[in-house]
Design a protein around this ligand. Structure first.
Ligand code: SF4
Ligand code: SF4
Length: 483
C-alpha cells in the first residue's frame, strides 16, 4: 500500500475511471468527495427550489386544515389526515391508488427528464446540497480548503472547525428528526412531549434519537452512497429511460478530441482539429458524486446540473458557445432530432393519470360517516302473528370532528315509520368513534311479504349529512294472519 506524507496533501485526482464506482478508492473504501462550488444559471435556481421544498416539508405537519395538521399519519390510532380529508384504517386501500399516482408520476418524470426528481426535489439532495453542504462550507471553506483540512494534523483550529460543524450538523439532524416525527405524532402532541420530557415518553424519545443519528450519519458521511447504492428509484433509471430522455449530457462530437486551449492553435497549425473540451476537469471537480460526465451517462449521475454550470462558465471565459454539457437527449446530441412523446411516455402517463383520477374520485367520494345494518342473534321471531327483527345500525364517525347522529324512518318511505321502533334515536360520537344503534322492526301479518325492506335514515349534525340505510326484513315464507 502506498503511504503518502500528509503534509503534501491528498493525491491529485484527475477524475474517476469507469472500472469502479466513483465513490470508491483504489482499495474499495469510501472516497470522500469534495465538490467544488459552482455558479451559473442552474445554480441560481436550485437553492430557491430547495428552500421552497424545505418550507413545504417543514410546514405540512404544522399548518392546520379543517382543525387538523395538513398531513398527519396517526399510526397509533390508525387515523390519517390529508389536506382536510380524514381516513381510518378501513380506507387504507386508498393508499394503493395514491402511491400508484405518485409512482407513475415519478416514472413519467424519469422517462421525460431523467433524474430531475433526484437533482432538484428529492429530500436527500435538497437537505444535503442546500443545508449540510452549506454548513460544511461555512466551517471548513471551499473544496480545496476542505481537502487540505482533512489531511492536516489536528490543530486547535481544525478541532474548532470540525467540532463546530458537527454540533450544527447534530442540531440540524435533531430538527429534521423532530419534523419527521411530527408527521406521525402531530406537531401539538410532539411539542407537549418535548415539554413533558423524555422520561414520560421514552418510546418517542428513542425514535427521535435513532432518527437523529440516522439523519446525522447520512448527511455527514453516507451522502451520495444513498443515491448510488440504496435508492431503488436510482437503480431503476436505466429501465425507465431511453435514447430520447432528456439528461445532463456531454456533447462528445463537439468536445472531442479534448485538449488544452493553448494547444488548439498549435494543433490547427499542424492540421489537426481539437474539440471544445479543454480538459480542465471543472465538470468533475463540481460533481457531488465524483463522476466524469464525459465518460457518458452513468448510474451515479443524479442530474444536479452542476457540471452544466461549470462547463458553461469555462466556455464563456474561452468565448466559445455554451452547452458543451447540457440538458439534451442522446438521440438529439447524435442526430439533432428531438422526440418528446414516445409510446412509453404515453403508457406511463396513462397509468399515472389513471391512479390520480381513481385516487381523486375515491377520496372525493369518501363518506364522512358510515351507517351499516348489522344482525346479531336470532334472525327473526314471530310474536302474536307479527314478524319481529332486531337489528343494529353500526355508525362510524370518520371525521376529525365530533358529531351527533340521529336515526329515523326514511322520509322517502313514510309507510315504514309504523313498523320501526328506535330505543336510542341518537348518539354523540367523538372523531373516529363508532356505536351500534338498536332498531326493532315489527311487521304485522297483514303487511308481511317475503323480502320486505324497511328504510331508515341516519343524519349527521356535522354538515347535515344524510345516509339511507336499507334493512331486509327476515321472516317466514308465509304467515298466518290471526283472526
Ligand atoms: S468543464 Fe467542460 S471543458 Fe472542462 S473538462 Fe469538463 S467538459 Fe471539458
Ligand atoms: S455528472 Fe453533472 S449532473 Fe451528474 S451528478 Fe455529476 S455534476 Fe451532477
Amino acid at each position: 500500500m502506498e503511504h503518502r506524507d500528509p503534509s503534501k496533501g491528498p493525491p491529485k485526482e484527475r477524475g474517476p475511471t469507469l472500472d469502479k464506482l466513483s465513490m470508491l478508492d483504489e482499495h474499495g473504501s469510501k472516497r470522500t468527495i469534495y465538490p467544488a462550488e459552482v455558479h451559473g444559471r442552474w445554480a441560481r435556481w436550485r437553492p430557491i427550489i430547495h428552500y421552497v421544498l424545505i418550507a413545504i416539508y417543514v410546514a405540512l405537519p404544522f399548518i392546520e386544515i379543517g382543525g387538523h395538521p395538513a398531513v398527519w399519519i396517526d399510526i397509533g390510532n390508525r387515523h390519517f389526515y390529508l389536506f382536510g380529508a380524514t381516513f381510518n384504517a378501513q380506507d387504507f386501500y386508498l393508499a394503493f391508488f395514491i402511491f400508484t399516482a405518485i409512482g407513475f408520476s415519478l416514472i413519467v418524470a424519469a422517462a421525460l427528464f431523467g433524474r430531475v426528481w433526484c437533482g432538484f426535489a428529492c429530500p436527500q439532495t435538497v437537505f444535503l446540497e442546500s443545508v449540510f453542504r452549506k454548513i460544511e462550507r461555512l466551517f471548513e471553506g471551499k473544496a480545496a480548503e476542505r481537502r487540505r483540512l482533512a489531511s492536516a494534523p489536528w490543530t486547535v483550529d481544525k478541532i474548532l472547525r470540525k467540532t463546530g460543524k458537527h454540533l450544527v450538523y447534530l442540531a440540524m439532524a435533531t430538527t429534521i428528526a423532530h419534523v419527521f416525527l411530527a408527521y406521525f405524532a402531530s406537531a401539538d402532541r410532539l411539542g407537549q412531549m418535548i415539554v413533558e420530557g423524555p422520561g414520560a415518553h421514552m418510546g418517542t424519545f428513542i425514535w427521535a434519537l435513532v432518527l437523529t443519528l440516522i439523519f446525522y450519519g447520512n448527511f455527514w458521511w453516507f451522502r451520495e452512497q444513498l443515491c448510488i447504492v440504496i435508492c431503488p428509484y436510482g437503480r431503476l433509471q436505466s429501465a425507465l429511460q431511453d435514447q430520447d430522455t432528456l439528461n445532463v449530457i456531454y456533447d462528445k462530437a463537439r468536445g472531442e478530441p479534448r485538449g488544452k486551449a493553448k494547444e488548439k492553435d498549435r494543433a490547427k497549425a499542424a492540421g489537426a482539429a481539437l474539440g471544445d473540451c479543454v480538459d480542465c476537469f471543472r465538470c468533475v471537480a463540481v460533481c457531488p458524486t465524483g463522476i466524469d460526465i464525459r465518460n457518458g451517462h452513468q448510474l451515479e449521475c443524479i442530474g444536479c446540473t452542476a457540471c452544466i454550470d461549470a462547463c458553461d462558465d469555462v466556455m464563456t471565459k474561452l468565448e466559445r458557445p455554451r452547452g458543451l454539457i447540457r440538458y439534451d437527449s442522446l438521440r438529439a446530441v447524435e442526430t439533432g432530432k428531438h422526440r418528446f412523446w414516445r409510446p412509453r411516455v404515453y403508457f406511463y402517463s396513462f397509468m399515472g393519470l389513471l391512479g390520480l383520477v381513481v385516487a381523486t374520485a375515491v377520496i372525493m367520494a369518501n363518506d364522512p360517516f358510515e351507517a351499516e345494518p348489522l344482525r346479531t342473534g336470532t334472525p327473526f321471531s314471530i310474536v302474536e302473528g307479527t314478524v319481529v327483527n332486531q337489528v343494529r345500525v353500526h355508525v362510524v364517525n370518520k371525521q376529525g370532528q365530533p358529531a351527533t347522529y340521529r336515526i329515523a324512518a326514511s322520509p322517502a318511505h313514510p309507510d315504514d315509520a309504523r313498523f320501526i321502533t328506535l330505543p336510542q334515536p341518537e348518539v354523540h360520537l367523538e372523531p373516529f368513534a363508532d356505536h351500534d344503534l338498536p332498531v326493532i322492526i315489527r311487521i304485522p301479518g297483514a303487511d308481511w311479504v317475503r323480502g320486505r325492506i324497511v328504510h331508515l335514515e341516519v343524519t349527521s349534525s356535522f354538515g347535515d349529512l344524510k345516509k339511507e340505510v336499507e334493512v331486509k326484513v327476515l321472516g317466514p315464507n308465509r304467515l298466518a294472519v290471526p283472526p
